[in-house]
Design a protein around this ligand. Sequence first.
Ligand SMILES: C[S@@+](CC[C@H](N)C(=O)[O-])C[C@H]1O[C@@H](n2cnc3c(N)ncnc32)[C@H](O)[C@@H]1O
Length: 359
Amino acid sequence: MLFNHPIPAFSGFQWSGRLAPSLRVSEVLSGIQSVVCSIAQDASSSPEQPFYHQSILLKEVIEFLAPAQGKLIVDGTLGGGGHTEALLRVGASVKGIDRDQEARVYAAQRLERFGERFEPVAGRFSEMSQLAQAKQWGLLDGILLDLGVSSHQLDAGERGFSFRFDGPLDMRMGKEGPTAADLVNSWSESELRQIFWDLGEEKSARKIAAWIVSQRAQSPFETTLQLANGIEKLIGRRGKTHPATKVFQALRMQVNDELGELRRFLELAPTLLKPGGRLAIISFHSLEDRMVKQAFREQSRQEIDRPEWPEPRPNPRCFYRLLTRRGIAPDLMEVQTNPRSRSSRLRVVEKINPVIPSL
Ligand SMILES: C[S@@+](CC[C@H](N)C(=O)[O-])C[C@H]1O[C@@H](n2cnc3c(N)ncnc32)[C@H](O)[C@@H]1O
């Protein structure tokens, strides 16, 4: 459900604020909807390049970020450039950050025709302040984060994210820091159990951690299938989901410090947007969605209260207006055509003018 947001202005469909006498509001809205839908469809496919990633909640992201000529938007998770392409197509300029060089190279090729309006940027989204300063972006009209990994990363065996294809047990989105193999071969049994439980919500965390520690004493883990097949033998297969899914998810999140990245970004995000600028975050993991939900709630509350205070006080950290009260989920059609979208949730806020607390 979308609410509380103005009608977006597209190049080719500029909202003039007045309706021709014969046009009803519902007709105008359905016109806008069809422009958004066609942008969304076109932007998710690119005939010249191999498939990379199917963008999720694309239509909703475009509606909320309301891109237009002259607006500057940072896509903090560029990936295959699907969301970015949809933003560029309606005239915005986009800086696309990704820590993965393969994503930047792919997107740069896909989006070449937009010229200077698109710039691929190497880095992590938690460093967005430093990047904005170094590159003199100024305050932004919009920021998008589409968290997690791309289909390309998951499906490329040599990247080591997949329990379906053999490859080195790597899982790093960038090339820096310890690999998944480093963690599995050196972390204590209790550390491994904790991340399998916390980040993977894996019920057999204890059993799997104990098995890993006994196995690695004989031969260290080097490949994805060595780990995936071993877990399958250990806990058996129930249902369609591979039994190593949750362990692989936990290792990936730990290797890339995904929760840390999000926490640091949420702290700095209010300083990056101009008043009226919007921040849209798509998350896939309940822990991520909870972090986003809490940060957005706390930073959009006008007053705070404590039992020891006689009355509520203005919240000095009130930076946003909530545009989505609940996380927006993909509709049935999207889940059917793209099952990976199933667990995604979109939350959006708008930066407000800073409120100066009265003395
Ligand atoms: C789900 S994909 C984005 C897909 C993209 N929205 C599209 O439509 O093609 C997530 C991308 O974000 C990148 N990424 C994840 N965490 C990151 C971080 N902390 N900093 C920069 N890039 C990150 C990954 O490398 C991956 O390419």
